[in-house]
Design a binder for this molecule. Structure first.
Ligand code: AKG
Length: 321
């Protein structure tokens, strides 16, 4: 989730129907300030570093990321009913270790996280890292996205490194369609942890049920406090929604539909929670007629796309084959 784009309805509700004037990190600082958080943990849980592993060659990585994953009908049905799916053993420890090395290199070279401790780097596939380019354009993941959505092909919307440094707080309840200017229901995000995510590190957590978002429709979005996060949590609790906040094993990848509500607890460990997230949309989808933006990033991800027209820009190649 990124892009700082709100639907017209949400923008009107929230009173933020104006351009975001600051940078990416400041946006995340603002966004995390909307979380109904208990504050920083008293003590960080000490975790051992990821076990050392032999790094694959670029050729081996390319092959791994191009090899189709055999998704079962039951898994696809589960995704369509629940709005999310966690799939084990999608990627090897070596491939993940290579991505970790790259994320750490780029994080060290950047401006660092903002005051919230959340570091977000997007469009990494356009940068100098061949490893992250292979991850973002991976036909293995892009095909999985297409098969889960039940569409012929998917295009990349954007990639996003999401790193929560030790002590970084909670990501509030939200659903991504709230942010996307794409006129399609066929949008999904892969969330690839680059190390295990045990409970205290704050795994991404999902509200089960493809229609669960309707329970949150009456909760007003407020850009200045944590009332939306708390209101959504209350609405789900009252309706008995199942929330899956299970840990992620190494190699496990989740996929969440753009209408699936999700949140993540803070990172209460001494290690950064490194994730590579990529969003995909169905080939043939159009840009909405009237994109409403709180930043200029819409043109960064979909440069030259025209309101109401099929999206087919050089930055949105087909990635499912
Ligand atoms: O990583 C996080 O804490 C939030 C990620 C998210 O909301 C997303 O990928 O859609």
């Amino acid at each position: 989730m990124d892009s700082r784009i709100l639907s017209a309805r949400a923008a009107k509700q929230s009173g933020v129907d104006e351009r975001w004037a600051e940078g990416n990190e400041a946006w995340w600082d603002w966004y995390l300030s909307l979380a109904a958080d208990d504050g920083p943990p008293a003590e960080l849980v000490e975790l051992a570093p990821p076990a050392p592993v032999a790094l694959p060659s670029l050729e081996a990585l390319r092959e791994e990321l191009a090899t189709p994953y055999a998704l079962s009908d039951a898994e696809a049905e589960q995704f369509r009913a629940e709005g999310y799916l966690k799939v084990k053993d999608v990627l090897s420890p070596g491939a993940l270790a290579l991505a970790r090395v790259e994320v750490e290199r780029l994080a060290a070279a950047g401006d660092g996280p903002g005051t919230s401790g959340f570091l977000s780097l997007d469009m990494m596939w356009q940068g100098d890292s061949e490893v992250l380019r292979l991850f973002a354009l991976s036909p293995r993941i892009g095909r999985l996205a297409a098969d889960l959505l039940g569409v012929a092909d998917t295009r990349i919307y954007h990639d996003n490194v999401l790193s929560k440094t030790p002590g970084c707080g909670r990501t509030p309840w939200h659903f991504d369609a709230h942010h996307f200017p794409i006129a399609s229901r066929d949008i999904v995000t892969s969330w690839i942890p680059l190390q295990e995510i045990p409970e205290p590190m704050g795994p991404l957590a999902f509200a089960a049920g493809i229609d669960t978002w309707t329970l949150a429709e009456e909760v007003d979005f407020n850009a200045k406090d944590s009332s939306y996060d708390a209101g959504v949590a209350e609405a789900f609790k009252a309706a008995g929604v199942r929330v899956d906040d299970s840990p992620f094993a190494l190699g496990e990848v989740s996929f969440h539909h753009a209408w699936c509500f999700h949140y993540a607890r803070g990172n209460a460990t001494n290690r950064s929670r490194q994730v590579m997230a990529t969003t995909y949309f169905a080939d043939g989808a159009k840009l909405v007629d009237n994109p409403t933006m709180v930043s200029g990033d819409f043109e960064k991800f979909l440069p030259g796309a025209r309101p109401g027209a099929v999206i087919d820009t050089p930055l949105n190649p087909i990635v499912s084959r």
